[in-house]
Design a protein around this ligand. Structure first.
Ligand code: SF4
Ligand code: SF4
Length: 165
């Protein structure tokens, strides 16, 4: 498995190849079979991976926090919702959803998430490789490949499974 320190650089060298692979999957993959492969690889690779030694998702990713979670998170930190938004969040590039302001994430302290069990769903599910309908989320997946060593490995194993050259 590639190291957390190497993944960004390695993925940027494979950027074109990975987007070609995305197109290949869009044109050739069966949706159900692709979901099954993702899930198998996700379970196999995360099973013995220690995320506490990586935490790239807390260093290199803007977590999305929907309004339904913001109120709960603000309460957890003993803040008003308005102050929480002002201090920690910004709107995404489309001006629709709230995302964390900084990278590394402001909640990332001593290798832990300050939000504890209120950690956003978008973080708890990252890199989403065990979720259904992968065929429709390949763009996001290819972005996550440059952050997450496990997602990077899943992508490489999928290329082998589909004999992609
Ligand atoms: S909210 Fe927590 S889990 Fe999500 S990126 Fe920030 S520190 Fe990591
Ligand atoms: S989910 Fe991926 S990026 Fe996040 S800590 Fe685990 S291996 Fe690293």
């Amino acid at each position: 498995m590639i190291s957390p320190q190497e993944v960004l650089n390695a993925a940027s060298k494979k950027k074109n190849e990975n987007y070609k692979f995305r197109r290949f999957l869009k044109n050739h993959a069966d949706e159900k079979e692709l979901d099954e492969l993702f899930l198998k690889l996700h379970n196999e690779l995360f099973n013995d991976y220690d995320c506490s030694k990586c935490r790239n998702c807390c260093k290199l990713f803007h977590a999305e926090i929907p309004l339904t979670e913001i109120e709960r998170d603000a309460q957890y930190l003993g803040m008003t919702t308005d102050n929480f938004i002002k201090k920690y969040l910004q709107k995404d590039e489309y001006g629709i959803e709230y995302i964390t302001k900084n990278k590394p994430c402001d909640f990332f302290v001593d290798n832990q998430c300050l939000l504890g069990e209120c950690k956003p769903k978008s973080c708890a599910n990252f890199p989403h490789t065990n979720q259904p309908e992968r065929l429709w989320s390949l763009l996001g997946f290819m972005e996550n490949v440059s952050i997450c060593p496990v997602a990077y490995e899943i992508c490489e194993r999928l290329k082998q499974e589909y004999n992609f050259k």
